[in-house]
Design a protein around this ligand. Sequence first.
Ligand code: AMP
Ligand code: MG
Length: 344
Amino acid sequence: MPRVLHISATNPEPERIAEAAAVLTAGGLVAFPTETVYGLGARGLRSADVLRIFEAKGRPHGHPLILHVENEAMAKGHASVWSETAATLARAFWPGPLTLVVERAAHVPLEVTGGLGTVGLRAPRHPVAMALIRAVGEPLAAPSANAHTHVSPTTAAHVVRSLGDRVDLVIDAGPCAHGIESTVIDVARELPRVLRAGATSLDALRHVVPGVSYGAMTVSGDGARASPGLASKHYAPHTRVTVGPREAGFIECIRVVAGPSARIGVIAWSDEAKRAVDAALKAKALTLATFARLPNTAEGYGPEIFAALHDADDAKLDVLIVEDVPSDPAWWAIQDRLRRAAET
Ligand code: AMP
Ligand code: MG
């Protein structure tokens, strides 16, 4: 079991932040909360420290890490070009869940960038993350604090379960607010392009920079290399996941997928689906091992979905049947994570 240090999410205790910063300064790994998910942090400009992240996660080299910075000034120091678009987006969305991919400065280790000429930079909004970066005084590389390809952690308990002793210290500041990773946008090219849907919506981005385009949701080959977070089989629980039709059609899908003796779990968000499942349970027409009723808004659903996927693994289900989510842009990041969870 790694050491767990409780820190207030709203008013981080300075002496506890100093304690965590000391672990990082000694070259250690510290899992810390951000407003998206828990990150596995190390000093991001030191190759030896960064390599420990890859080792702990079992993450293949060549997958770039995001550098977490205090603010735009710190970010600029690690980019060789800081374009007008980068500046505009940083001022509009930082601190917050938006990662800017820019041309890297020469001193940024290639281990961080996965050998690419670009680097992903983000200033998180979580008070603990901000205080930690300020205390260390340099950027922290921090991919999600889970074993490679597993579901991202939204609580300290998820981190402990996934990484165990491979992390030196786990900060526990309660559950993450967004529960979905940052949006990644490539601003190194002339026309900015979203590489990964995430907690900052495309609508919000376009409001500030109208020309933003959105790449394919799941790509392989070169696209996956351009942004490995896009590789399929990312964010997957151990449990087999099926995404079924939403609302009234969902109950029929459960009937088809659920065998007589299988351990079935269900995740639903719409009132129609929840009502239909409840009615089937009451009439004993259906037996479920787990039934998660998630909120019917993207803002409510996002923070709970990864925890529901972790719960599915704990319940040792044969299959988890997830109600599909609405197709409007507010749900895109969630839809993207569900598609990947269902990849086999
Ligand atoms: P994680 O921190 O595990 O959510 O993963 C970070 C993700 O950010 C990567 O998988 C990429 O999708 C994206 N990313 C980070 N740096 C770059 C970069 N230089 N170019 C393209 N995508 C990047
Ligand atoms: Mg990850």
